[in-house]
Design a binder for this molecule. Sequence first.
Ligand code: HEC
Ligand code: HEC
Ligand code: HEC
Length: 464
Amino acid sequence: MDFNSENIKETHLILGYLAIIIFYMEARMLKPSRWLYISSMAAGASLVLTLILAPQFTSNVLAADQASFKYTGAGSCSAAKCHGSASDKRSGATLTNEYTVWASKDKHNSAFKILFENEAKDILKKYDGGTDPSKSDKCLTCHTTGDATRYNMGLDYVAYKDKSFQGPKFDVEGGVSCESCHGPAEKWIQDHSKEGWTDEMRAKYKTSKALFAATGLWDTKEIMMRADNCVSCHLRIDSKMIDAGHPTLGFELAFYSNEMPPHWKDKDAWFTGTAWVAGQAATLREALDQLADYAGKGAGGDLITEAADRARTNALLLRHGLPSAADTLNKLAADIAAAGGDKGKLTAVAKAGTASIAGWTDSINGMKFDEDKTFALVQKLFSDQDLAAIGYGAFQQQYNSIDSVYGTYAASAENAKEAGMEAVDGILDQMGKKVLDADEYTDKEKAIAKQLIQELSKAGKTLK
Ligand code: HEC
Ligand code: HEC
Ligand code: HEC
């Protein structure tokens, strides 16, 4: 007979039941013999061991054949000396107040709570007739922690449905918490608090994917890994869900990172450029997947147009950050536009586009921006006339991109340039008020957007 966790568990259970019978017999006889006494104590201990150890045995055995990591819960990160101090008291790689920032300022913390609101109930009701979003997998997958399948790394369990993947402090009510972005912590929670451990592991496993496969730690330092994780919740969504009233999803990594707000400090002052490019690449890939999906599954015409516009927007934006791929990206945007409503053509173009992006990952991860490169990107974003013409969503993405990349530039460049910046800030302010605050993006708004972009382009030239 094979001695595995299952029959260890069985043996302990049989001994445990024996203990209960013996205790019962002893209580009836009221005269315990020494043998019965000793054996019942041993068996009782065995039952206790079974109850405590069985879950561990099971998961360790699972880990050997199939990757699996438990989610330990945000409560296991909240100690003041770890990540729950009241203010930034940097210690090594950590600011020590990450939990505090997340719990008090980050909307991810309320991602589960909003499922009790009427807006959420209405969406689920229209979607599949369900009445309780806080219990529906359709919502929980993005609105709480524990769906291991979101990493797209071969983990096929969902912890909030399967208790054997929940650590003692796992809490579905915590919403999108630490392990949604940093990976299930069972195997790394102890070790990662030793200074230098994470860097040692990065060196040992060489790639972030191998590090994840061995430990469950999702390396947010690798920018494409970071972007992939955010977009797994922030972009691609079932078209039926949008029809049912879910807000449409749009994402730009640098802008959304600032909005969170960040509970970290990127060491490189010019990192926003890299983050922006990575976010555009991941967003373009998701937008193309979504376009292929919608076109293939016969989603409504409006949704397909919206998905096509989004993919075009991302392709046109990304060309400014990846000049070497600009021709491919321009062609991709043109092909999508030319396909019109032809679902077969759209699917084919989208699939070809996705294949190109996979080849750019390494060069994006290795990208380094500096003041000059950031400025060059700012100018290209300022002067892009094609986006405002696509539509509101495209204009918004352009604005968000300018806001983050120019924001970084303005914060770090020398004061001497301030005079020129005032003019630019004034135009950005008008963009926000006149166009982004408009209820509808009609031809009038489109014309204003176009004019503001022209002014921005001119003002940008005086900056340097
Ligand atoms: C693919 C992931 C995903 C799924 C599935 C999903 N959501 Fe969302 N949901 C999001 C994201 C991301 C946001 C935030 C969007 C933003 O602000 O950019 C959001 C926002 C919302 C909002 C608006 C929140 C606010 O603060 O105003 C509601 C309400 C909502 N979702 C309800 C639901 C319900 C109900 C379901 C299930 C029927 C569901 N969601 C399924 C990702 C998802
Ligand atoms: C929505 C995603 C998200 C959530 C939720 C989240 N983080 Fe982060 N976290 C990030 C990103 C992105 C970074 C920046 C990448 C980096 O520098 O590693 C980061 C950075 C950090 C860092 C600095 C790491 C380093 O080596 O510099 C710590 C520590 C950290 N997070 C802890 C936490 C804790 C604790 C929680 C829960 C209370 C949490 N995070 C929740 C995304 C998230
Ligand atoms: C597990 C799914 C998930 C992941 C991963 C995730 N988010 Fe979110 N995010 C959500 C949901 C759901 C909401 C809506 C919460 C709400 O409105 O209560 C949200 C909201 C936000 C918001 C607030 C938007 C607003 O309307 O105010 C920002 C900013 C944000 N996320 C940034 C990020 C970034 C940056 C990353 C990656 C580092 C990330 N998210 C990763 C699910 C996720």
